[in-house]
Structures are given as C-alpha cells and as structure tokens.
Design a protein around this ligand. Structure first.
Ligand SMILES: NC(=O)c1ccc[n+]([C@@H]2O[C@H](COP(=O)([O-])OP(=O)(O)OC[C@H]3O[C@@H](n4cnc5c(N)ncnc54)[C@H](OP(=O)(O)O)[C@@H]3O)[C@@H](O)[C@H]2O)c1
Length: 356
C-alpha cells in the first residue's frame, strides 16, 4: 500500500477532476504491476496496473488507494476490470467519498467473490484526496491560503516591495507545491506591484503541467503586458461589470479567459460565486497566493480550508501590507485557529501548515 500511495502522490495535481489514485498488483510477494491515474480521459490506476501485470494478475492481490469505481464513466468500470483479470483479493485504503458511488465498487468486488479488506493507508490516502473529498461533498474547490510573512505579519515592505520576504529554501518549497494544485490565484494589486508569472517552476524549471492562473480584478486593471498573460498555464481573469468592454476584448485577444461575476458588498469580485464557477469546471484545489486584501476576503467569507504560512525572522514595521486584511475578528476567541498543524523548517524560515 505504501508503494500505491507513492504512485498516487506522484500524480497529484494532474488528474482533476478525477482523484489521484495508485494501484499495485502483488503475486507471490512480488510486484507484477503498478500504475496511477492518468490525466482526464486516460486510464485509471487499476487499468494501468492490470495492463502491466498481464496474466500474472490471475490469483494476485491488488492494493489500491481508493475504492475502485463500479460505474461507466469516461473509462470502463475498474471493479469489472479487476474481476475479469481474476484478481483474488483487493486491499482498499478508503471508500470513495463521492456519495453517488460510495461503497458500490466494494460491493461489486465482494459479489464476485473477491476478498476485500479496508483501511490500510486510509489516513494517508484521505490526505492526498482532501481536495477531491471536499469537491465531492460541496462541489467547491479546496482552498489553500498561502503567504510568506515577516514576524510582524507583513507580506511586503511599505513601498510594496516583497522580494524577498522568505529565503531560497522556502521559495523552492512553495514552487514544488504549485505542481500539486489545479489553480493558483492572486489579487490585481499583486499583478501591478509584483508582476508574478504564477507558474510552477520547481528547481527553476518550468513544470510540464501548469496550474490554471486566476487574477481577481474587478475593474479591469491587469495590463496587457502582465507576466500572468505570458508563457505558462492558461489564465482566467475574474472580473465584474465594472471592467471596460474594450479591456475585456483585449484580454481575450491576448489569449486569456474573462469570467464576469457579481460583486460582493465591497464592490470586488464575489469570491463565493467564483468558487462555484471553479468547482463547476472541475477545479478541485485552489492555491490563493494573496496579497493581504484578497486573503482578507477569503478569511472573512470563511472560504479557506488550509493555510500555508511561511514566517521569516524579519521585522518590517508600519501598517501597510498585512498578510491578511479584510474585516477580521474583534475578539481573540473568534480568531481563525488551525488544527493538525505541521511545522516545516525551511532554512532560516518556518512554514506552518494547518487546517482551518
Ligand atoms: N509575501 C507574500 O506572500 C506576498 C504574496 C502576494 C503578494 N504580496 C505583496 O502584496 C502586495 C499586494 O497586496 P494587496 O493586499 O495590496 O493586494 P492584493 O490582495 O494583491 O489585491 C487586492 C485587489 O484585488 C482585487 N480584488 C478583486 N476581487 C477581490 C476580492 N473579492 N477581495 C479582495 N480583493 C479583490 C481588488 O482590486 P479591484 O477592486 O480593483 O478589483 C483588490 O484591491 C504586493 O506588494 C505584493 O508584492 C506578497
């Protein structure tokens, strides 16, 4: 199961809207086939592993990180493939959280006389599939708020300069994570002040698969020569009726997509509406990279599921550019508290990773 989890981990971020699953087929104590979910439309993990195992699958045991699906989707049912291949036992890490299919694959395997055991690797698989599980339950993406802040909670100096708050190791860690998500988002002030590419460049190299880039820009201030419109992933600009039609046409001509949404009480793009639109198009995970005004809207609206906070041992002072602006809370007891916090040492910096 550990190997199956490794395989699932390696494809996280490349399979949406399908879950990232790993499968290993073992016969006489030897791995005879293994596979992971292919990008949408491609084979599922079980089919990949069975293909590799060939005849050796007969009488073998399969280890799979998620319940095999039993319905005809874009690909044939995986439970049927396991049954037809003559698999004798299936070890499943977790049931499918999709309420429409949960338990159905396991039932189909048992009905065919296959021995099914559950739970080995359940916690690890549930963590890998946390975005998929949220999307199954709510239709919305799993939202991770990420920022790099100083000890006094600033994401930039008073001029807006933010290069760099955190050191090289922290930046490399953050880039590595960008390969594991479906979409990455920032506010338009960040585009104007920082001009980020919003691409995944682990080790300084442009990753083959890039997340969808999203800019929250209510009034159409993204310049046509912004890096976010340059090479990298696809770009979506979330805007409102307040942006000029000519700007929208020019952005579309530059190859980006425009999504016109309602405004919130502050006249900004309504983030809840944007989350629904992203969920509808199969975005399972969204990394919100700030700045603080955008983070403020996400926290005020209760839209954040997980936080990646990198804290650098520096002090900036002043009152500009907090990591999270918005309305905030009046009392400490109402502060957003993280649970299951992991602390990662990144050179001189520290990352806090936890769930809201
Ligand atoms: N250290 C870090 O981790 C980090 C990360 C990112 C940015 N930064 C720094 O942060 C600074 C920019 O941050 P910022 O806080 O001023 O601005 P920001 O969050 O980047 O952008 C805020 C702007 O986004 C637009 N927006 C659209 N919909 C929104 C919504 N629902 N909620 C909030 N904003 C929405 C608004 O402008 P419209 O009303 O015109 O649409 C708003 O003024 C830069 O200096 C950048 O270098 C640092």
């Amino acid at each position: 199961m550990l190997r199956a989890l490794e395989l699932a981990d390696a494809v996280l971020g490349s399979t949406s809207p399908n879950p990232s699953v790993g499968c290993v087929i073992v016969r006489d104590g030897r791995i005879v086939g293994e596979g992971a979910t292919q990008p949408v439309g491609g084979a599922h993990a079980e089919a990949m592993a069975l293909r590799q195992a060939g005849d050796a699958a007969r009488g073998a045991a399969a280890y799979v990180t998620l319940e095999p699906h039993a319905h005809q989707g874009r690909t044939p049912p995986c439970s049927d493939a396991l049954i037809e291949a003559g698999i004798a036992a299936v070890h499943v890490a977790m049931v499918d959280p999709n309420p429409k299919v949960s338990g159905v694959g396991i039932e189909a395997l048992r009905a065919a006389g296959i021995e099914v055991s559950m739970g080995d690797g359940a916690a690890e698989s549930a963590k890998l599939l946390e975005a998929y599980a949220k999307h199954c339950a709510t239709g919305l993406p799993f939202v991770i708020a990420k920022f790099a802040a100083t000890l006094d909670g600033k994401i930039a100096a008073s001029s807006g300069d933010s290069r760099w708050v955190a050191g090289e190791e922290a930046r490399a860690w953050a880039h590595g994570f960008r390969t594991r998500i479906d979409a990455i988002m920032c506010g338009v002030n960040n585009v104007l002040l920082d001009d980020p590419q919003l691409t995944a460049r682990p080790g300084g190299v442009m990753a083959e698969r890039q997340p969808l880039r999203i800019v929250a820009d209510s009034r159409g201030r993204t310049p046509l020569d912004a890096n976010v419109l340059g090479p990298g992933g696809k770009t979506l600009i979330a805007t409102t009726d307040a942006s000029p039609a000519a700007w929208r046409a020019a952005i579309t001509a530059a190859g980006a997509e425009i999504c016109v949404l309602p405004t919130d009480a502050n006249g900004h793009v309504d983030m809840a509406a944007l989350m629904r639109a992203l969920g509808d198009r199969g975005v399972l995970s969204l990394l919100v990279e700030g700045g603080g005004v955008l983070h403020g809207s996400f926290f005020d609206a209760g839209l954040v599921d997980k936080v990646h906070a990198i804290i650098a041992p520096k002090i900036v002072g002043g009152s500009a550019y907090p990591a999270v602006a918005g309305t905030g809370v009046a009392r400490m007891t109402d502060a957003v508290s993280l649970r299951d916090v992991e602390v990662v040492r990144l050179g001189a910096d520290v990352a806090f990773v936890g769930y809201v």
